[in-house]
Design a protein around this ligand. Structure first.
Ligand code: HEC
Length: 103
């Protein structure tokens, strides 16, 4: 019985750790998101139809898009402007923040 409880505990730990929230990274992303709210909405849910919702999107996807806009592998002038001065770590914080917001 005890072994079973330990096993269940371990499984829950693994599941909950898969997308662990890094509070420092999240907080950095939240403060950087001031640059984004005008277009993507206050919590990553856009009210402007041509602008996508980004809340709850996969973190790896968000980070790739942000780097692609900055490095001109994906073209959008608004997104290029807003990412051009951001470091990889800042983009990582933004991706972490938005991926952890509810959709
Ligand atoms: C001036 C308006 C504007 C601002 C400010 C802005 N964005 Fe965007 N963003 C857009 C538009 C428009 C698109 C869609 C681009 C396209 O059609 O390829 C977009 C696309 C994206 C995408 C790709 C989403 C997808 O589903 O592929 C991400 C991620 C993103 N923005 C994140 C951000 C972040 C993070 C910030 C703040 C640092 C930000 N944006 C600031 C207008 C904006």
């Amino acid at each position: 019985m005890n072994k079973l409880l330990i096993l269940i505990g371990l499984m829950l730990f693994c599941v909950s750790n898969a997308n662990a929230l890094d509070e420092d990274l999240f907080a950095r992303g939240e403060s950087l998101s001031a640059k984004c709210v005008n277009c993507h909405g206050k919590k990553g849910i856009s009210t402007k139809p041509p602008v996508p919702h980004i809340a709850g999107q996969q973190e790896a996807y968000l980070l790739k898009q942000l780097k692609d806009f900055r490095n001109r592998r994906r073209f959008n002038s608004a997104m290029r402007q807003v990412t051009i001065s951001l470091s990889n770590n800042e983009l990582k914080a933004l991706a972490h923040y938005y991926s952890n917001l509810p959709r």
